[in-house]
Ligand binder design. Structure first.
Ligand code: 13P
Length: 336
């Protein structure tokens, strides 16, 4: 087994998943503003450090994705954040793209940037303790989007990123996120997401990526958030599995979904159903940002010194996600 394959499996196996705590400072400021907490370096560290020292880290979180600011921070005991994460057996990850910018040639769409100087940045992140990385391409669904240009340009960037990351001895998370924004149907989401993912693998293969040493982070197949279509958990799981089975090469060890604006319960219930119905060899787990942090953030904002109380809320959510990653979750556990 290659070293990269080992890292990927360590992150995803045994009911573990990923905590995506890599919000950029601008996004984290939005999250903190929404609960009326001042966004400064200390508060951002305090919230994150509270989560990273929770009990559930050991059992439920195989990897944590950080933002550049956080990987350079130290806890109040002088440990680096990476040491804190590693102390519970979890691995440190880092977001290495520099954000989605306007795509020249299709101005309503985005292209993710960050390839310039990436080889050097990766060396530094490895020294800071990172063993895996993330790059997010973002795609919009409308009647004319995602365009062929955005599908092709983002897949190309993702593949070049992945090649540099593997060269640096780390596992790349490939995140092509087809957004939930809009009133499109689940069928549209299936068609467009399939096109996006299949183009990513075409480029990844061209760039000679060792797929066993990668993780795919896709969206689930859902109707747009302004659509009137109501579909069941079973249908969501069925469509999501169909998309992944048809477009992801079987050498990929695992898939870790983003939550993408689903509520905590929706993201948990849908992942659970995907695992109950899983007819593939892929590990199916979570790489959630909002769906792991939302309740904990709200609770913490009422008293930012209530570390234990905040950790209890986070531990519950992480445990529910871990059960869902094994197809063992039930709604009745939410109130216990
Ligand atoms: P959400 O789960 O909040 O969508 O965040 C995951 C993520 O990392 C998006 O890039």
């Amino acid at each position: 087994m290659s070293e990269l394959n080992k890292i990927a499996l360590q992150i995803l196996s045994n009911g573990k998943g990923i905590l995506a705590a890599d919000e950029s400072t601008a996004t984290m400021t939005k999250r903190l503003d929404s609960v009326k907490v001042h966004s400064d370096e200390n508060n951002r560290l305090l919230f994150r450090q509270t989560l990273f020292s929770s009990l559930s880290m050991k059992e439920c979180i195989g990897g944590v994705i950080l933002y550049d600011e956080t990987i350079r921070q130290k806890t109040s005991n002088g440990k680096t954040i990476s040491e804190l994460i590693n102390s519970s057996g979890s691995l440190t990850g880092i977001k290495v793209d520099t954000g989605a910018k306007t795509l020249a040639g299709s101005k309503e769409e985005k292209i993710t940037e960050g390839l310039d100087g990436l080889r050097e940045r990766l060396k530094e992140y490895y020294k800071l303790g990172a063993r895996f990385t993330k790059w997010r391409g973002v795609y919009l669904i409308t009647d004319k989007y995602p365009s062929k240009l955005s599908i092709s340009a983002n897949a190309h960037a993702l593949a070049r990123y992945a090649a540099l990351v593997q060269e640096a001895g780390m596992v790349p998370i490939i995140e092509p996120e087809v957004l939930m924004d809009g009133d499109h149907s689940a069928k549209d989401c299936l068609v467009k997401t399939s096109e996006v993912i299949s183009k990513c693998y075409e480029e990844l293969e061209l760039n000679k990526i060792d797929l066993k040493g990668t993780i795919l982070k896709p969206n689930m197949i859902l109707p747009g958030k302004d659509s009137k279509e109501k579909i069941s958990c079973d249908e969501i799981a069925g469509l999501t599995l169909e998309c992944l089975k048809n477009n992801v090469p079987s050498s990929v060890p695992g898939i870790a979904f983003l939550s993408g604006g689903q509520t905590e319960i929706e993201a948990t219930a849908n992942l659970n159903q995907i695992n109950i119905m899983n007819n593939t060899n892929f590990i199916m787990t979570y790489s959630y940002g909002r769906a792991l942090q939302q309740s904990a953030l709200k609770f913490w904002s009422e008293d930012i010194n209530n570390i234990i109380g905040t950790q209890k809320i986070f531990d519950h959510r992480a445990k529910m996600c871990s059960l869902a990653a094994q197809g063992k979750w039930s709604k009745s556990f939410e109130n216990s």
